[in-house]
Design a protein around this ligand. Structure first.
Ligand code: DLL
Length: 441
């Protein structure tokens, strides 16, 4: 192990990260059996899917048999909205979260008390993996609310025994003041937001390199090695990649260790597979494809072979940190059209759903995504009917506001709206290309 790759103090909660592979497989199989049995007995969709394949939980003989199980997709969550996939009665649910669906309705996820405890443990292991410890002051700038980032990181940080500053996202000047005044040693936020904090700190004459801030737990959106280098060079803060998604638990599905060689998946809790998104056949370690995850511990809302749409590969080589759990490579793209804007998931179909709610608009629109001073911007250009377009300036402004409001209601995001005359936006001869993503990550 090189000098830069010190393993850091070992945290007892991380023992599962280092299990011998045969023992890990045994743990995975035992947990899989309990989870699949629960899903089969309590969730109609899973029971029907298994019955269609003439499968019973008892037919699974080893963890490899997971490949016999049916996939679950975001459409399944949409079709069973809001509570149709719950395996626990509502009395046992202690928490809901939600994330963007593909149209107007969000997808809902739920947790029992044990689920919240397991999630906190996964986040504790995430923090411990990158050397964060009980003496740290963690500024948690992930959004608190239905988004899983804020509360997920919060509970994990408390379980670790660290001091949490639950500042949530936004209000950058205050973020910088608190970073300085409280002497935060760790920050949690999206990597693009941290770049924005760096830029703003520069404008305010604050040198982040001189602050006690040592590490950043960055995720919820794709980022690159280039961004990591920029963050580290400009702020002196070590940047670690954290991965997760609401459907599986939230943040803490996978997290980088001090070696910064890709997030380790907490495989005893979330079983990873890589499949070819077209043929749906499993691919071996090292090959790129779509990540499929199965929750091995979840009670309120178990997920069987959930198709994440995230494209990655599982690293086959051993990490110098000694963890036996596998790593995923950076997720740079998805196999669907979901965009991530300031950490918020956005489907073009949501914009369409928002426009449909406003009279006077036509179903032709373009979404232009860009990045200004580290922050993502969204402009929506909308064709309006000729009657609306020839209306008074006041009426046009009103329509613009209505559209903007409708987009914000459906997506939770603010977008600049530009009204254009009928037949101005380029028509496509094949699949409509509605999104221009000009961000250079
Ligand atoms: O973004 C959970 C999270 C919160 C992860 C805080 C990390 C930190 P969702 O809003 O459901 O959940 O979005 C999940 O975001 O399928 C990926 O496409 C993307 N994503 C999350 N982390 C990363 C990452 C949270 N480190 C979706 N790199 C996922 C690339 C990421 N993409």
């Amino acid at each position: 192990m090189s000098k830069n790759h010190q393993p850091g103090p070992f945290h007892a909660a991380s023992a599962m990260d280092f299990l011998p592979p045969a023992q890990l497989r045994q743990v995975q199989f035992t947990r899989l059996m309990a989870m699949v049995t629960r899903a089969y007995e309590r969730v109609a969709l899973f029971r029907n899917r298994l019955e269609e394949r003439r499968l019973k939980p008892a037919d699974l003989k080893s963890i490899d048999d997971i490949a016999k199980l049916p996939f679950t997709t975001k459409t399944d969550l949409r079709d069973t909205y809001p509570f149709g996939l719950f395996a626990s009665p509502l009395e046992e649910i202690v928490r809901f979260h939600a994330s963007s669906g593909t149209t107007g309705k969000p997808i809902v996820v739920a947790y029992t008390q044990e689920d919240v405890d397991d999630w906190s443990l996964a986040m504790l292991r995430s923090f411990a993996a990158c050397g964060v410890h009980s003496g740290d002051i963690i500024q948690n700038a992930y959004g608190y609310g239905l988004f899983t980032g804020g509360l997920g990181a919060h509970y994990g940080a408390e379980a670790l025994g660290a001091s949490v500053i639950p500042i949530s996202g936004g209000n950058t000047d205050r973020q910088i003041m608190i970073l300085k005044d409280f002497g935060a040693t760790v920050i949690c936020c999206t990597p693009s937001y941290f770049l924005h904090i760096i830029d703003r700190a520069g404008e305010l004459g604050v040198d982040i390199k001189k602050l006690p801030l040592r590490a950043g737990v960055f995720g919820a959106e794709p980022w690159t090695e280039n961004m990591r280098r920029r963050i580290e060079a400009e702020s002196g803060v070590k940047a670690y990649d954290i991965y997760g998604l609401s459907e599986i638990v939230g943040p803490g599905v996978a997290m980088e260790c001090l070696c910064q060689s890709g997030p380790h998946i907490f495989e005893d809790m979330f079983y990873p597979e890589i499949i070819d998104p077209k043929t749906e056949q499993p691919l071996p370690d090292g090959e790129e494809g779509e990540l499929v995850l199965t929750t091995l511990c979840k009670r309120a809302m178990p997920m069987i072979r959930y198709r994440t749409r995230d494209i990655t590969s599982l690293a086959a080589d051993q990490c110098p940190c000694g963890r036996t759990i596998r790593r995923i490579c950076r997720i740079g793209r998805r196999s669907d059209d979901m965009l991530i804007i300031r950490g918020v998931n956005l489907y073009p179909s949501q914009i369409e759903a928002a426009l449909l709610k406003v009279e006077g608009t036509l179903p032709h629109y373009a979404i232009i995504v860009d990045r200004a001073q580290g922050l993502d911007t969204v402009e929506v250009q909308v064709e309006v009917t000729s009657e609306s377009f020839s209306d008074t300036v006041g009426a046009m402004e009103q329509l613009q506001q209505k559209i903007s409001h409708s987009i914000e209601t459906v997506t939770g995001l603010h977008a600049e709206v530009r009204l254009v005359a009928p037949r101005t936006l380029q028509r496509s001869e094949g699949k409509a290309k509605r999104v221009q993503d000009k961000r250079k990550l």
